[in-house]
Design a protein around this ligand. Sequence first.
Ligand code: XUL
Ligand code: MN
Length: 344
Amino acid sequence: MAGTFRFSFGPWNIHQGADPFGPPVRDAIEFGRKLGEYKKLGFEGVQFHDDDAVPELNDLSPQAIADKAEQVRGLLDGEGLAAEFVAPRLWEDPRTIDGGYTSNDPACRAYALERSRKAIDVANALGTKLIVLWLAREGTYIREAKDSVVAVGRLAEAIDDMLAYDPEVRIAIEPKPNEPMDQAYIPTTGHAIALGGLTADPDRVGVNIESAHAILAGLDPSDEMGFALACEKLYTVHLNDQNGPKFDEDKSFGAVDLRRAFNQVRILDRHDYGSNGEFVGLDVKAMRTQKPDAATRHLANSKTIFLRLLKLSRSLDPGKVDELIASRDYEQLEMTVIDHLLGG
Ligand code: XUL
Ligand code: MN
C-alpha cells in the first residue's frame, strides 16, 4: 500500500505535433536532448521502439545494431536512466501494410518475425528483458480479408518465436480495439491474456494496459488493470486519458475524468503494482497548440496528477468506506468519494 512508484515514458511522447491533417508545428528535438529531459521531469525509465534506439535498423548488420544499441545504453547510464522496454515498430514498413504477423503474404510475415528478433537484440543491448507488442495492423478493414482463427494462431506462433529466440524475454501485449485498423484482433486485456494462454510459455506473456485504449473499447481502465492484476499479468501500463470513443487522443493522465484516473491509481496502489519493478508508464501527447518551450509540460503534469491522486487514494478513510460498503449505502459512498476528490 505504501509503495513508491517509478515513472517512465517514450521519446515519442516529446513530439513535433504533426497529425493526420497537418505537418509538424515544433522543431525536432534530438534524441540525446530528449534523454536529458527525463531526470529534470522526474522520470527514471525510458520506453523504446526498436528504431527509437537504433534508427534505420532494417539496413544494419546485427553487429551494427548491437553497437548502436550499446552506444544508447551508454547514454542511458550517463543520465542514470534504465530502459524499461523495447517495442518492435511493425506498422510503418511497406511489408507491414496488411499487418505483420497476420499478413496474408508469407514473405511479409517472415519480415515481421525477423524484425521482432532484432527488437529483442536491441532490448538485450539496452539491458531490458521486456518487449511490448502493440499489434497495430494485426486486424482488418473488412472481415473477409483474413480468417480470424488463422490470424490468432499466427499471433500465437509469432510470440512463440520470440519466446524461443530468448528464453528470458517477457512479452507485454498492448491491446487496442481499433486505429489504425477498423477492427483489431486483440482489442482488450482479456483477449491479450487469452492469447498468452495459446503460446508455449504463458508465464512469460502479459499485458501493457493503456487507459485510452480501454476507453476506446468502451471499458473502464481501472477494471482492465484489476483483471490483469488478478491474473498476475500487468507487466506495465500506459496511463493517459481519452475524451470518449474517437481517435486515440493520448491526453494527459486525469485531464478528462479525474475520478476515472483516481480509480486507476487506487487499483494499482492497493495491489502493490510496482513491487516487482514495474514502472508507471505514460503514453501522453502534448496538444498541437503547445508552444515549443513548454512541450514537455504534459509529462510533468501527468506525473503530478498521478501523485496527487495517490495522496487522495491513501487518505480516503478505509473505515468509512468499509462501513458504507457493509451497509450497501453506495449513494453515500459515491458522495464520500466525490467530497474527498473535491477536497471536502
Ligand atoms: C499506439 C500506442 C503505441 C504503443 C507503443 O496507440 O499506444 O505508442 O504504446 O508501440
Ligand atoms: Mn501506448
